[in-house]
Every structure is written in C-alpha cells, then in structure tokens.
Design a protein around this ligand. Sequence first.
Ligand SMILES: NC(=O)c1ccc[n+]([C@@H]2O[C@H](COP(=O)([O-])OP(=O)(O)OC[C@H]3O[C@@H](n4cnc5c(N)ncnc54)[C@H](OP(=O)(O)O)[C@@H]3O)[C@@H](O)[C@H]2O)c1
Length: 246
Amino acid sequence: MANSENNVAIVTGASRGIGAAIAERLAADGFTVVVNYAGNAKAAEELVDRIEAAGGKALAAQADVSDAAAVTRLFDRTEAALGGVDVLVNNAGIMKLTTIAEGDEAFVDNQIAINLKGSINTMREAARRLRTGGRIINLSSSVVGLYQPTYGVYAATKAGIEAMTHVLSKELRGRNITVNAVAPGPTATSLFLDGKPQAVVDNMAKLAPLERLGQPGDIANAIAFLAGPDGAWINGQVLRANGGII
Ligand SMILES: NC(=O)c1ccc[n+]([C@@H]2O[C@H](COP(=O)([O-])OP(=O)(O)OC[C@H]3O[C@@H](n4cnc5c(N)ncnc54)[C@H](OP(=O)(O)O)[C@@H]3O)[C@@H](O)[C@H]2O)c1
C-alpha cells in the first residue's frame, strides 16, 4: 500500500478494548475506519466522535460477525459509503474459560461462532472484495503456544484462525494482498480482566520478561505496522505481541 490516505479499514469489534485502540491508531495513520460493533452502539459512536475530533475519518457499523449475511451487508454498506475496502482487521472475539470436561454445548458453540466462524465470514468477504494492495490482519492469541488449562476451546478457535491465515495468504496469490495474524498475550481489557481475582492478574502480568500486561495500544502498534507501508513484505505470518511470554 503506497500510503494510508484515502484507504478504508474495517475493524471488527472496535467499540472497546484492543479494537478501539486499533481503530484510533489506523485513523491517526490516515485510514478511514469502519468501527464495527455487535451491541454497544454508544461506545462505537463515542469512538467515532473521538476520531473525528482528532481530525480522522470514521463511521460506526453494527454487524454480528457470526452472521454471514450481516457481514455481507457490512461490506456492502462500506463499499457504498466509502468506495471500497483496503484493510480488514478481524478483531471481534470473546473468551470463556472452563475445562474441556466442564464446557457445555453453548460454551463451545458461542466461541466457535464468533471467533472462528466470524473470522471466516469476514475473510470470505475480504478475499472477494479487497482492493489490490490490501491487508487482512487476524487476531489470534498467545494461548496458541501457552495452552493453559481452561483455555482449550478458545485456543482451538484461535489455532483455526492461524491455519486460515496461512491458507488465505496463499489463495490470494497475484492480488498483492497480505494476510497475517497478530497473537497478543494477556492485555488489559475487559475480555482478560473480568472475573479474575487481582492476585491472578498480577501473577499473569509477571509471566512475561517485560513484567507487565500488554496495553491495547501495544497491539494497535503491531497492527499498524502490518497495515501500513512498512509491513508490505510480511505475508502469511503470525506475530506474537506479548512481551516475550512465549
Ligand atoms: N485481551 C486479551 O488479553 C487478548 C489476548 C489475546 C487475544 N485477544 C483477542 O483480541 C481481540 C479483542 O479482544 P479485547 O480484549 O479487546 O476484547 P473486549 O474488550 O471484550 O472487546 C470485544 C469487542 O468485540 C466485539 N464483539 C463481540 N462479539 C461480537 C460479534 N459477534 N460481532 C461483532 N463484534 C463483536 C465487542 O462489541 P460490543 O462492544 O458491541 O459488545 C467489542 O467491541 C479478540 O479477538 C481477543 O480474542 C485478546
């Protein structure tokens, strides 16, 4: 991508957490950003206001990524409003923790529907529609590698996303589109923090040699590199952004 001006990025799950930091960073880099969300319209609209107040361009767009038709409409609306799509950041995700023995059917189905099928839904549309020079960046997790107890189903969805990343990078041969994944370690968002006792959080923060939790901005920096001109030669890779935890 020659430069980020006039290029359009869809960031899924951008109303909060890591996705919001990615949207703000890509907007600061010159992208027009589509701030996708599932249910939190207020947070998405407030983020659009913040981006615009800082001189960037953004719009909010509701779509449940697990619904293939809704994802098609998200891309249709983006093309109609902004002329095309150059970057997809597949960030929307949920994490539920329990052992494989304890997890019921809904526990399994929800994570597969949103994390894995949701990413497949958006990758399908991106593969069909991204303009030449485009970028697809998927959010995996460093649990693919750490494999802690209770993370089995979540890790399986992220391992599937890594597999799709490698395959799609090859399927897009000749289109000048790269497909990569970023795999954060523990990052200070509600997905990681909610329901964990402070002692567990403190313990996990010390696991990486850099001895702190990741911040959403740390992950946005890695995404911005892959989305921008300096990332042009990186393709089919998984970048673990985790302070060295694994
Ligand atoms: N935080 C970590 O430690 C960590 C580590 C490794 C990887 N990750 C990955 O990083 C990504 C972002 O995580 P986060 O920590 O920022 O999570 P978060 O703070 O819980 O935010 C999740 C975002 O995803 C959206 N979302 C949830 N279900 C959706 C659906 N069906 N369709 C569209 N959007 C949906 C939410 O939208 P609403 O606000 O509308 O609900 C929200 O914007 C996830 O893929 C996660 O697996 C996180």
